[in-house]
Design a protein around this ligand. Structure first.
Ligand code: ADE
Length: 227
């Protein structure tokens, strides 16, 4: 079954509104919504913010039979060409806030684990086509950098760009990716740019959230029509 996660209500409520045969499954701290979206059986859920919530929720989804995972939501743009409203489809995900350099591991690497988790190629390709159908926005395939930090400074953006070659910054994707990789379950992250992670990030984020949430929904619906 296909699973769709977002971090916040705004990121999944448009999808939930279209869900048929809606049934709720309750877990500690998380509600999973099971039903049909455009005729496709799906699980939809709000993970909550940050890597811990994302990892926990992904685990519940996998235990309920999720065999493909899509994370959808908003992100801060890091790639210099990105503007608010543009869409990033993950090529891979990294955890930019992991720092075990004192033990000689490269920045971002969890000891004993992959330095980055690649997205599934078929899901990625379907997401790119669906994102291009939104129209009027730039669609970029690139690296998603996740960490338990809201990035809101030029220095923060510069660090993610030069150290990781990140396209965008958010707070969950790499945790979902890490759990999916362990289970051998394909995933992709789709992020609409709500801000450019600079000094105006907090204002832009609140202002543009409704528009970009709409874009994110369109991409997921477009993907469902192709899977
Ligand atoms: N999600 C949306 N904007 C973000 C930012 N600037 N940093 C981290 N997560 C975000």
């Amino acid at each position: 079954m296909l699973a769709i996660l977002g971090a916040m209500d705004e990121e999944i409520e448009l999808l939930l509104a279209d869900l048929h045969s809606h049934e709720e499954l309750h877990f500690p701290g998380v509600t999973l919504h099971r039903g049909e979206l455009g005729g496709v059986p799906v699980l939809i859920t709000k993970a909550g913010i940050g890597k811990v919530n994302a990892a926990m929720t992904t685990t519940y989804l996998l235990m309920q039979g999720a065999s493909q995972v899509i994370f959808t939501g908003v992100a801060g743009g890091v790639h210099p060409e990105l503007r608010v409203g543009d869409i990033v489809i993950s090529t891979d995900c990294v955890q930019h806030d992991v720092d075990v350099r004192a033990l000689d591991y490269p920045l971002g690497t969890v000891p004993g684990e992959s330095p980055a988790w690649p997205a599934d190629e078929a899901l990625r390709a379907a997401a790119v086509v669906a994102a291009q159908e939104v129209g009027g926005v730039h669609v970029l395939s690139g690296r998603v950098a996740s960490g338990d930090q809201f990035i809101a400074s030029r220095e923060g953006v510069q660090r993610l760009w030069t150290t990781f070659g990140a396209a965008c910054a958010e707070m969950e994707g790499a945790a979902v990716a890490q759990v999916c990789a362990k289970a051998g379950v394909p995933f992709v992250v789709i992020r609409s740019i709500s801000d450019t992670a600079d000094h105006d990030a907090n204002v832009d984020y609140r202002t543009f959230m409704p528009l970009v949430a709409q874009h994110a929904k369109q991409v997921v619906r477009g993907m469902l029509a192709r899977l």
